[in-house]
Design a protein around this ligand. Structure first.
Ligand SMILES: [Zn+2]
Ligand SMILES: [Zn+2]
Length: 364
């Protein structure tokens, strides 16, 4: 510790505090490890400068050094390592950033909003224009969004003198911090708007017209840019997301652009063939059931499903045949079925024939 700290910093013995600080900053900037990565001699110079400044910037330790030529109490090995780094980075962050910290914009972007809109399947198929009422925050009408009571203006913060940051001494180091009084803004709103209490926003209900394209599906979101909440103190608006929910339909379920519907049919209808009335979107249509159709068979009406979203064409309407067996028979029905059964005994269908074959095999 017999090094001459004045020599290290390149200042005279009579140098003022300001001269010492200036000299130190120049050296620190020049030899900072960030600027000289991997350069051992720069690192050494950097450490020396730190050590010299630590002593010469402290009046007691400087006096001790002047008298005895040593660093005096408080200095020693390890100094400049642990515990020192964070303060150090703090001060240098400012040097290297080139601009003072703390002067942040107080404007904040408004929140994104989500609105759930329930529509019917028919509405989803046709598309529609609808009006929705959105509760959201809007720029305050009284102050125009700046949060200042009309007739007043922002005043320079007296704590930081408008700089937005304050300097705190930690021993020999001075650290810049955002001003606690103005939160780094450099200005104070001493006359906050009475209506919005200085926030610049107020609750409002807003009516919006929404265009829903034909073919939308459940769970889709429409984004309305800039229709979310207003920003704080003049910040940009957020976005509005409209989440589409499609109500359950009495007859149809949906699979993409296809619609599915169960159609109950009688044995004679599927056996003989028939034409039945089935639902389609916005009305009904005739569905031909070919003779010999099987239970659970699906018949399609091409192009009678949902429109493809932002494309030409439609999906299909699909009808599943659900066989309904009469729970009770009239005498006439029984007679007819008895006759049918008697006539059918000699010829089985392919399912029945295969089943009988397998049973025979099993029993040997
Ligand atoms: Zn206001
Ligand atoms: Zn301030």
């Amino acid at each position: 510790m017999a090094r001459d700290y004045y020599e290290v910093l390149g200042v005279s013995r009579g140098a003022t505090d300001a001269e010492i600080k200036k000299a130190y900053r120049q050296l620190a900037m020049q030899y900072h490890p960030d600027r000289n990565p991997g350069d051992k001699s720069s690192e050494e110079r950097f450490k020396e400068a730190n050590e010299a400044y630590a002593v010469l910037s402290d009046p007691d330790r400087r006096a001790h050094f002047d008298r005895f030529g040593t660093a005096g109490p408080g200095a020693g090995p390890g100094f400049g390592d642990a515990g020192f780094g964070s303060l150090f980075e703090d001060i240098f962050e400012n040097f290297f950033a080139g601009a003072p910290r703390g002067r942040r914009s107080r404007a904040v972007r408004g929140d994104d909003l989500q609105y759930e809109l329930k529509i019917t399947l028919e509405e989803a198929a046709a598309g529609m224009d609808t009006k929705i009422q959105i509760p959201r925050l809007e720029a305050c009408e009284a102050c125009g969004g700046d949060g200042i009571e009309p007739g007043n203006r922002l005043e320079t913060c007296e704590m930081c003198h408008g700089r937005g940051e304050v300097r705190r001494s930690h021993g020999f180091l001075t650290v810049a911090q955002p001003c606690p009084k103005c939160q780094g803004a450099g200005q104070l709103n001493r006359n906050p708007c009475k209506r919005c209490r200085g926030e610049g926003r107020q609750r409002a209900e807003r009516m919006l017209t929404l265009k829903i394209p034909a073919g939308v599906d459940d769970g889709m979101q429409l984004r309305l840019s800039g229709e979310g909440s207003g920003g704080v103190r003049g910040g940009p608006r957020g976005d509005l997301y409209v989440l589409l929910r499609i109500r359950e339909h009495d007859l149809f379920t949906r699979d993409g652009a296809d619609l599915h519907c169960d159609v109950p049919v009688s044995f004679s209808q599927v056996a003989l063939g028939a034409e039945v009335e089935v639902p389609v979107l916005g009305g009904t249509a005739k569905l031909k059931i070919p003779p010999g159709s099987q239970p659970h068979e699906v018949l399609r009406l091409r192009g009678k499903g949902m429109p493809h979203l932002r494309q030409r064409g439609h999906g299909d309407a699909c009808y599943r045949l659900v066989l309904e067996v009469p729970a009770k028979l009239s005498a006439k029905q029984r007679e007819a079925l008895d006759a049918f059964e008697a006539a059918s005994r000699s010829e089985r269908g392919p399912l029945m024939a295969a089943f009988v074959e397998r049973m025979k095999k099993l029993l040997g």
